[in-house]
Design a protein. Structure first.
Length: 228
């Protein structure tokens, strides 16, 4: 009658050893922590069952084995998720690294004029009868309005500016800002603007890969709307 309890004690000791190993792993992820919590809860319930079982009808080894098999399945799924997450992060880092030196469009309204050339973009969520971009200098004064015309599709619309002003002059190189306005069936909207910059570094982190786009700052890899 004591054999099932002795077998259970061995299994409980094995679970305790597994929990200790996971707790001491500094690289444990949220999925691993979830697995530890699950094992702890299971251990608490199993211990309660063993302590309160009927002495004349103790839990047999088959019952304990079945419950441990279920726990093993859950732990295996958690470990698989951890592995897939690590693989995904590794692939993201590889993709981001290939962007170093490339020009990209990311959310922002900055427009840098250099050698009388500047690039920006707009994201449309619906087609537009007309799309315009208003460019302002550092003092907030409008220097030019670009008419980009009708846009029949949604998505990213890149544009370039040669520095010409509304007055027919040439704007000096430097930093400018811009806004966008779309008109569809007489209704105006303000699309999301995209700033242009060059990727100069990538940094892996717990929240994913951060792409550094020069003076524009750091962005998640998913924030890159287009590579030019």
């Amino acid at each position: 009658m004591t054999t099932p309890i002795q077998s259970s004690s061995s299994l409980i000791a094995a679970l305790n050893a597994a929990n200790s190993s996971l707790a001491q792993n500094p690289a444990a992820t949220a999925a691993a922590n979830s697995s530890i919590t699950t094992q702890s809860q299971f251990l608490t319930m199993l211990t309660a069952q063993l302590q309160n079982q009927d002495p004349t009808n103790p839990m047999d080894n088959a019952q304990i084995t079945s419950q441990l098999a279920q726990l093993s399945t859950v732990s295996g799924i958690n470990q698989l998720n951890t592995t897939l997450t690590a693989l995904s992060n590794s692939m993201s880092l590889g993709s981001a690294t290939s962007l170093i030196g490339a020009g990209v469009l990311v959310p922002g309204s900055a427009l840098n004029l250099s050698s009388s050339q500047a690039t920006g973009g707009v994201t449309l969520t619906q087609a537009a009868d007309n799309l315009s971009v208003t460019i302002k200098n550092a003092a907030g004064v409008t220097v030019q309005t670009l008419q980009l015309g009708a846009q029949k599709t949604t998505g990213v619309v890149p544009f370039s500016w040669n520095g010409s002003t509304a007055a027919g002059a040439t704007a000096p190189d430097g930093s400018y800002t811009f806004t966008a306005q779309a008109t569809t069936s007489g209704v105006t909207s303000t699309p999301t603007t995209l700033a242009y910059g060059t990727v100069n570094a990538v940094t892996p982190g717990t929240a994913g890969v951060t792409v550094n786009v020069g003076s524009l700052g750091g962005f998640a890899l998913s924030a890159i709307q287009q590579v030019l």
